[in-house]
Design a protein around this ligand. Sequence first.
Ligand code: RIB
Ligand code: CA
Length: 315
Amino acid sequence: MNKRPFLIDCDTGTDDAIAIMAALGSPQVEVRAVTSVNGNVSENYTSQNNLDLLEYLGRTDIPVAHGAVRPLLSGIVNDEGGTGTHGKTGLGTITLPHAQCSSFDCRIASELVYDLAVECAGDLELLVIGPMTNIAIALCNHRDLAGLIKHIWFMGGAAHGGNVSPTAEFNIWVDPEAAHIVFQSGIPMTMVGLDVTLKAVMTEEDVAQLRCKGSKAGTLAADLLDFMLQRRSKGGEDLVMHDALALAAALCPECLTCKDFFADVEHTGSYTAGHTFVDLRGVSGRAPNMSVALEVDPSLFRKWLVNAICSVPEK
Ligand code: RIB
Ligand code: CA
């Protein structure tokens, strides 16, 4: 089977880590690189989490690159780790063994994106599950990049509502200018926003299934979900698999119902910066520039995710 080459750009983060493991357990995917960005926690944590996670799972063959430590323009930087949704380090209360035999790629994220895109000659797909800063920088530095990316599958935005504000979703809100650049790039892309991700919620039965698998990935995923159960018990977010659902859009398309729309990002509003305008009614007169996920089959998604994580090879 010809594997699909993917680069994962992420702000690891608890749900990012679960999405990365699902990608590693999907036989049709070849994870070619993981790039890190400031988001859930600061970039020094997100990048270290990526390096530690891949070494922990025996995948030191996958390059990990440092990325943007701050957004293009907005001032949103988690400079001392997070304290809420993903805990101080980004992996909740979990401490992975510090990577001993792997080091960061010598290239910065945006250059690794470009080099891989050239190497894959138009076949590279991007899973973008944090703020879009690295991708925007890569597009600004390489005029031919847009023509080399097969598809961007991203978690971000919402056709209705928001989480970090009533009108904005976190990934887009952190760097709305970057998102605007990516949205306007002409690259084929699929938006997996809060409209569907908030319904992609794991259950305690799923946690038990993952734990009883007894593998490193299954146990780590169960530990991450247990952290989310604790978080929920204190009034925090549910066991929402925002990022893994963006991967499911690529690998299990039957989990989602998508439709093409024009979408753009509000990046100048005092109260609405980070809002994703999805032209559901066609009032803009602009041609669609992306596919937008509108509905999800939560039970099919949960089954897919548990199976993918339980399929991560034990190394
Ligand atoms: O709004 C949810 C998104 O923000 C997810 O990608 C989560 O990891 C955080 O980055
Ligand atoms: Ca994320």
